[in-house]
Design a protein around this ligand. Sequence first.
Ligand code: ARG
Length: 464
Amino acid sequence: MIQRCHSEDTHRSQIGMIQETSWQNRKFRDLAAITNHSSKAKRRLTTKKYKFSLKLLALAMTKDKVVLAFSGGLDTSVCVKYLQMEHNMDVITTTVDCGQDDDFDAIRRKSELLGAIKHVYVDSRTDFVENYVAKAIRANALYQGKYPLATALARPLIASRTMEVARKEGARYVSHGCTGKGNDQVRLDLALRAIDPKIRIIAPIRDMNLTRDIEIKYANEHNIPVNEETKRYSIDVNLWGRAIEGGQLEDPWFEVPDDALHLVKKAENSIEYIELEFEQGIPKSADGKKMNLVDLIAYLNDKVGRHGVGIIDHVEDRIVGIKSREIYEAPAATAIIEAHRDLEKMVLTNFEFRFKQTVEEEWSWLAYSGLWFDPLREDLDTFIDATQKRVTGKVRMKLQNGSLNVVGRKSEFSLYSKDLATYTSKSTFDQRLAKGFVELWGMQTVLANSLKTSDSRKEGEKIT
Ligand code: ARG
């Protein structure tokens, strides 16, 4: 039996659940009564009534359908059983492929094994990179200056695809395996409700206040296979990055062990260069080869990761107020954002660049905190898109022993002028103009300081 950790809220949601279950039971009592009619009794029914009873019977036999966003991992596997056993529902599992490179056949088989009535696989890799990752690249999106938002960006997409399946299947319920402690519950719930405010959401792990150890026990009791890595860490992967949490990593002093890393390898003792070409803020080719964004990201994850670049280790503020220690592997994201920002510095005016940084921080916060569907995010995208018209050019980076550095950039829209910048006599910059400029530029600062000096002089006079 599943153990429940009671809190007031949990209790409340359980009452809701029980009501649902007893309604189901009533349906089944009615069904029993109808099936127990003797043939004599049946004859007594008029044909019309009989047909009506049959309809009622069919209705009573139909269980409610729920579409579960299913990764095949521990949480969502537990959810399948829970939805069947505690809610008496028919479960349809949906796996949205955002480039997590999983064994999708194995996930389908697991869904079957768990007794789902249907499994839907949705290949959303192109959608993910074109409509979510591309926006993040243009926004240089790094939450708290570090996290490229891989998990966060995939959630509104997973919600959209899950809702599509729910609509197609005529399901009034959707479900997800998020806990009540993380960000994903906020992202999925809000995205689902932004798409359909009437949708009923069941989040079993949150509702039951389940912890990972209890889930593993429950999985063992119900013959749900759990892999070894799942027992050690909580992992989420897509094309834009891999997040590793939990286990020993909950000690923020503990260094991430090599075996937890998949994308970032030990640095090779060699030097390699990467050349990225951007068109209007989007990388279009790598090392001279034109590639679509899905392939380009996969190419960089491999190449940059091989040089030991792309580990992010920081303490992050979750939406729910918890500080959590997070490890990310994001080689492609690290290289692309580094290159993109570098190119922007060359083609945007100082004023554009400075203001965009504020917008970027706000954009990253919205994407992180589950407000992807807030109109403000689109408003910010309108601004960001406008700045990208000139973000076209090439950036060259050097990979060496675990480091990545931009070593060259060029663009037809460059605002860098060698004629102005040069220290040689070829310079077209008239230095004499600077004298007046400096005078005016710092006028108020100089004035404020001279007042401060006279104030402190007065203070000094008083003391003596
Ligand atoms: N903290 C990150 C976020 O909220 C990553 C979460 C990853 N989830 C996981 N199960 N490891 O976006």
